[in-house]
Design a protein around this ligand. Structure first.
Ligand SMILES: NC(=O)c1ccc[n+]([C@@H]2O[C@H](COP(=O)([O-])OP(=O)(O)OC[C@H]3O[C@@H](n4cnc5c(N)ncnc54)[C@H](O)[C@@H]3O)[C@@H](O)[C@H]2O)c1
Length: 340
């Protein structure tokens, strides 16, 4: 039985705790949160008695195989480095780090310590998105040449995560990071990126609309568009929609989790709707299902000593797209993310 601890017991960690409880071969034996109320709430809810308000104290006192870091980005580097120094494997929430320099230092610390580092980059693990990735990579529509990866919503994310309204960076750093990562998972690495941003909601500090144009090394051009200022009916939060054109057909992932492949042989359309896990709630259930899947992947990787698909090293390339998008939107034009 692997022993883990969750650091940060706020809004999203509840999903992670539910998923750990569902997975075989693992137990969360300790919790840490600097906020005693959050700590007490999660401890009571999940029946975990060993609790700490300081991560260093916990790492010194507990015998752990891994930590699951579910705090917000400002604390990620110090916590990842502390876990590496203690010789325990790490999963860390996105955004992985506030800068490329911090992210590289975190990857280097885990490599030097010989521990596995995975970023909880879960959108590419959503069942519907995974079905599209598998169909594309299985050759269902031939070689792709165009893609649109789109997330447009008017959902009030600020009630559950009030900090999102106060940050100078909003949609690219918080949500676009996932959508850019899906574009990478579908079409491969990016050689050029340009972006525009806008703030429509006057009550928040950062941008709530971003439109990004990506050139991928394999020859695909993709548009990654994100908005939290889009009033639409039906509201599609939190679905990522896809339009992909290939040399032998088209793939669409439409609202309502419908995957359609159109080829000269005809049209094949099926539901790829996620299951509603016992602890899940609509409309978040596709994200909640992806938490279970990504955490299962982490355990599989630990069992066979393989680097996770969304390892820290892999996530450097997603983070570079975020940085390139902000720099481009600020006037830097088209950028090669590898140079950041
Ligand atoms: N992957 C996803 O789908 C998804 C969805 C929502 C949030 N997130 C990410 O999850 C992370 C947490 O977001 P949230 O909305 O749950 O935030 P939150 O503020 O609700 O929870 C964070 C918790 O961490 C605690 N904390 C902060 N620094 C700490 C430290 N140094 N030591 C111990 N505890 C500390 C806080 O007290 C708080 O309880 C963010 O990085 C966010 O981007 C991911």
């Amino acid at each position: 039985m692997l022993k883990g601890a969750v650091i940060g017991c706020g809004f999203f960690a509840q999903n992670q705790l539910h998923a750990w409880a569902d997975l075989p071969g693992v137990g969360i034996t300790a919790l840490c949160d600097r906020d005693p109320e959050h700590l007490a709430f999660a401890a009571a809810r999940f029946g975990i008695t060993r609790t700490y308000t300081d991560a260093a104290t916990m790492l010194a006192a507990e015998r752990l195989d891994f930590v699951d870091i579910a705090t917000t980005v400002a604390s990620h580097r110090v916590l990842v480095e502390a876990a590496a120094a203690a010789g325990v494997h790490v999963i860390c929430q996105k955004p992985f780090a506030p800068s490329m320099a911090d992210a590289r230092a975190m990857v280097a610390a885990c490599e030097a310590a010989g521990v596995t580092l995975m970023v909880h980059e879960n959108f590419r693990w959503q069942g519907a998105v995974r079905s599209a990735i598998d169909a594309l990579h299985g050759g269902a529509i031939g070689a792709p040449f165009f893609g649109r990866v789109s997330f447009r919503s008017g959902f009030d994310v600020f009630s559950g995560q009030p900090y999102l309204a106060t940050q100078p960076r909003f949609i690219i750093e918080d949500l676009g990071i996932h959508i850019l990562d899906i574009a990478r998972a579908l079409f491969g690495e990016v050689t050029h990126l340009s972006a525009t941003t806008r703030r429509v909601n006057a009550d928040i500090r950062g941008e709530d609309v971003a439109t990004m144009l990506l050139a991928h090394r394999g020859g695909v051009t993709s548009v990654v568009d994100c908005s939290y200022a889009t009033r639409r009916s039906p509201e599609t939060f939190p679905e990522t929609l896809l339009e992909i054109d290939g040399e032998a057909g088209t793939l669409r992932l439409d609202a309502g989790y419908r995957l359609t492949l159109s080829t000269p042989r005809g049209e094949e359309s099926r539901s790829v709707a996620p299951p509603l896990l016992p602890w899940a709630e609509r409309p978040w259930h596709n994200i909640q299902e992806s938490v279970l899947r990504i955490q299962a992947h982490f355990l599989d990787c630990l069992a066979i000593g393989r680097a996770p698909e969304t390892s820290g090293a892999d996530n450097l390339r997603t983070l570079a797209l975020v940085e390139a998008a902000y720099a481009s939107a600020a006037g830097a034009g088209t950028l090669d993310p590898a140079e950041l």
